[in-house]
Design a protein around this ligand. Sequence first.
Ligand SMILES: *Cc1c(COP(=O)(O)O)cnc(C)c1O
Length: 418
Amino acid sequence: MNEIYSPKTFPLNASELREVIKKFPTPFHLYDEGTIRKNFRRLREAFSWAKSFREHFAVKATPNPAIVKLLARDGAGTDCSSLAELLISEKAGVVGEKIMLTSNDTPADEFKKARELGAIINLDDITHIEYLEENAGMPECLSFRYNPADIMNAGNDIIGKPAEAKYGLTRKQIFDAYKMARDKGVNRFGLHTMVASNERGTETFLLTAQIMFELAAEIKNLLGIELEFINLGGGFGIPYRPTEKPVDFKAVGEGIKKLYEKILVPSGLENIAIATESGRAMTGNAGWLVSTVIHEKNTYKNYIGLDSCMANLMRPAMYGAYHHITISGKENAPLTNVYDVTGSLCENNDKFAIDRALPKIDIGDVLIIHDTGAHGHAMGFNYNGKLRSAELLLREDGNIEMIRRAETLDDYFATLNF
Ligand SMILES: *Cc1c(COP(=O)(O)O)cnc(C)c1O
């Protein structure tokens, strides 16, 4: 039968959760500090062989300064892709080269802010060299985002089609870009790519590293430029289904170490630092959307209506993504019923689950939607005038802090003139 590799847990039992709900009404996202720290340590451990390793946490996954700060305490930096994310990083105390700006179609004010903060700027296009120079001035350190196009697909169909993606520079442009930047006085260089998304297999990450390491060696041979760092991007997946296996970080780390020794060291590039910019694998399994059942409706199907909706978690509606659901206090009850679990948007795809086998649900039950810590609250929106929920953080000492209050109708009306 289906082996359980990734059991789904929640840090509070039913009576503890009831107490929390008395103080913080549902819906809310709850994050667990201990799990986030553990996720970061596992990633750092996988690259402990590298002379220098930095994880730039992808702020867009969980854009909250409290989360950025707790990761920064353990040594993580940030990966920012907008002005707001640069400000979140700054407010969390993460500045200078601990920030990597990896944006695209980048507006001038974002480059200016990145320069002001001393961030590493990672350009998405060769034309951005001049745009950056004109609008914010040339930094001494510059990185470029490489789009490996079809090299990735040769004999390998696990990765999508980078050639179809809007991101990054072509292979030819990469060489031209380093030359151009050097002529403009840049003297420290990095290389970046980001090709995987929610990938749990080891092979993809090794293939990415191999392509990047070979390119770094070629850049040295052809241009005499020794890169200071290689950022392998994010895209480390998490098992959303209990039957899925997590990323084998140990195997990924050891595999990349072998490639480093095989490709970079013989090229005289034994000092290149390694960076990643993981979001999902840091916070994804450390968050839960907690919601109360307000309706049960039996028509052609059986529907459970929650007090939350797609505005609080868009992934199921947007990608058909699976999010595991449990019912607080009924964790071990038999799965006797089949439901569609819905929100209240006037959109038929506003469903957290379709035809899901669950225990019998009663009105007032508290549902826990798992693995909402990354790209969950962050993707929220206000369609139908729905408001985004609060975010709570369970500290390692057991305290629960509200790290973002729920939106109010006053917030909603604040931008309207009439
Ligand atoms: C979204 C994104 C990430 C983080 O992706 P995860 O899947 O959350 O690891 C990292 N880098 C860039 C450039 C991104 O756009």
